[in-house]
Design a protein. Structure first.
Length: 277
């Protein structure tokens, strides 16, 4: 069964998502794979972040060329190029990069976000431990965009407790894409989108290269045992400036786990008879 919220790259390794094709308002997202060619882009009315994933890549903008090469998403943090509206740019080289944008007024200049500029946070605990890299987090200047890289080790959960930012239950409305990379490449994760109020509930198998949209409700992720999972989040919505710091709203049934990441785990083995050790 296919879902409009689950995209696979085409034969050339490309993904191209616009607000019109997504059926939402703010966020655009794309993935481009180059084999020695060049990609010419223009930000139009959007602010845009270019995030390299792997390969020898260079970005030229306003007469300056920047080396944004990266060994791989599981190897090192990226050098990201932030581009304001009305900016032409070119990406050249061999490798894969992602780009995403959202409407902006152009108050910020072109800049590089280097690995040493990126805040790295260890979030959760027990089997909900993951790393969140604030590639363009609320501590970084942007008008509307938020960008994160999340690493979920084999068998672990992320996006936990389940949370939402869809304008419901006093949350802000923010659109979000998940671009998955998985190690090994034949591995997978489960991405669940669900909204009890709307009756929506969809569990999607995320494989290497997939893009999954989170347009409403809660959206936790579980990495299959043996699968190390990375996802790149681009987010944009009604929050601008400092309001980008506003946290999402946890699902009421699971918010308690922020104080008990062990999850009240069952003790094994189960005794044959009550009272036996």
């Amino acid at each position: 069964m296919t879902s409009r919220d689950h995209l696979r790259p085409d034969a050339a390794g490309q993904v191209d998502l616009t607000p019109a094709s997504a059926g939402w308002t703010h966020l655009s997202f794309g993935v481009v794979t180059l084999d020695g060619a060049a990609h010419d882009g223009h930000t139009g009315a959007n602010e845009v972040a270019v995030v390299p994933q792997q390969g020898a890549l260079h970005v030229t903008v306003r007469g300056a060329t920047h080396d944004v090469s990266r060994r791989g998403v599981f190897e090192e943090l990226p050098t990201v190029v932030y581009l304001p509206p009305g900016t032409a740019y070119r990406v050249e080289g061999t490798g894969t990069f992602a780009h995403g944008g959202a409407p902006a007024t152009g108050t910020l200049p072109v800049r590089l976000v280097r690995p040493e500029d990126i805040q790295v946070e260890m979030r959760g605990g027990a089997n909900a431990t993951r790393q969140v890299s604030h590639v363009l987090g609320p501590d970084q200047a942007a008008e509307r965009l938020l960008v994160y890289e999340v690493y979920t080790p084999s068998g672990n959960w992320s996006g936990w407790p389940p949370h939402r930012h869809d304008g419901q239950l006093s949350s802000l409305y923010i659109e979000e894409t998940y671009h998955y990379r998985v190690q090994p490449a034949h591995g997978w994760a489960i991405h669940r989108n669900y909204s009890p109020e709307d009756g929506d509930d969809e569990a999607l198998v995320a494989r290497d290269g997939d893009v999954i949209l989170s347009r409403r409700g809660y959206h936790p992720v579980a990495a299959a045992p043996g699968s190390n999972v990375y996802y790149l989040n681009f987010m944009a919505g009604e929050a601008t400036g400092d309001a980008r710091r506003t946290p999402p709203v946890d699902e009421p049934d699971w918010g308690w786990m922020r104080q008990d990441w062990g999850g009240r785990a069952l003790a094994l083995p189960i005794p044959v008879r009550a009272g036996q050790k």
